[in-house]
Design a protein. Structure first.
Length: 141
């Protein structure tokens, strides 16, 4: 884990400065930083509303981070999940993983993403030309 810093696990309405997250994650012992940037895609939607049971979602993301750190020997994990009204092209979920080696980084990042989709209480409502629909969890269709 990062010396002198704590990993960032956040839920926020504001956009994410991915460059700043990457810069803050870097440390000399890392051989890889892996970034996942989940964005609202143009899947015949006009916009998306994302909601969360924030207290539980934060706890779940912290537990998922801790699992991934142990399992993949990660140096750092930062996760920012957005809530609120999001337009096509905006960031929904950003995960920045620092690892000693690329394979650990890729596997750890994928593990974190899949566990968040499975466990954390996030919901999205897609606004389409033919109406709106709620979708639980799964950030990807």
């Amino acid at each position: 884990m990062r010396l002198g810093n704590t990993d960032m696990i956040k839920i926020q309405r504001e956009d994410v400065d991915i460059g700043a997250m990457i810069a803050a994650a870097k440390e000399r012992s890392m051989g890889a930083i892996v970034v996942f940037d989940g964005i609202v895609r143009d899947d015949n939607i006009d916009e998306m509303e994302v909601e969360a049971y924030e207290e539980v979602a934060l706890r779940d993301m912290e537990e998922i981070r801790d699992e991934a750190v142990r399992k993949f020997h990660l140096h750092s994990v930062d996760i920012v999940h957005r809530v609120g009204s999001l337009a096509v092209g905006e960031n929904i979920l950003v995960i920045v993983v620092g690892a000693g080696h690329r394979q650990e980084g890729f596997e750890g990042c994928a593990y974190i993403l899949e566990r968040i989709k499975e466990r954390a209480p996030f919901w999205k409502k897609e606004y389409r030309k033919d109406g709106a629909r709620w979708v639980k969890g799964n950030l990807e269709h």
